[in-house]
Design a protein around this ligand. Structure first.
Ligand code: HEC
Length: 130
């Protein structure tokens, strides 16, 4: 019996060791997985995540770290082109909290996502699009 317990313990350790590198993959990151679901529900109607696919809004492929209003082939509002913002975590967070307030006069017709944890999840997902 004691031997059996030792074997079990060894297997548990092995399983843990196997799980560790896998969690580095974006798909296995629970925050990214939640963000992906939320994105499909709230943003996808207007934004594609593939490069070059502009819908009502610009493709969000590569948006993290990009200067506002510079996605290829999209017709941005003058307000967005003049925003002089680079989309880091903080800027995306403020923008999707209240788009009208962060970039007055921009044309994203979206009321804002009030839950901070949901914004963090979407931002984690957006950062995988590159
Ligand atoms: C009703 C359609 C609509 C929805 C829903 C929407 N967006 Fe947008 N979004 C737009 C439009 C249109 C623009 C371009 C705004 C402009 O040019 O003034 C935009 C712009 C953006 C930009 C700036 C992109 C750039 O290249 O500068 C980001 C970031 C963004 N949206 C993120 C999101 C996220 C994240 C969500 C979901 C929480 C979302 N949007 C939901 C229509 C939408």
């Amino acid at each position: 019996m004691r031997r059996m317990i030792n074997v079990m313990a060894a297997l548990t350790i092995l399983a843990g060791a196997n799980a560790a590198p896998a969690s580095a993959w974006a798909q296995d990151n629970p925050q990214v997985a939640e963000g992906s679901k939320l994105y499909k529900r709230v943003c996808f109607a207007c934004h594609a995540s593939e490069a070059g696919q502009n819908k009502i809004g610009p493709s969000l492929f590569g948006v993290a770290g990009r200067k506002a209003g510079t996605g290829p082939g999209f017709s941005y509002s003058q307000a967005m082109k003049d925003a002089n913002v680079t989309w880091n975590d903080e800027a995306i967070d403020q923008y999707i909290t209240d788009p009208k307030k962060f970039v007055p006069g921009n044309k994203m017709v979206y009321a804002g996502l009030k839950k901070e944890d949901e914004r963090k999840e979407i931002i984690a997902y957006l950062k995988t699009l590159h």
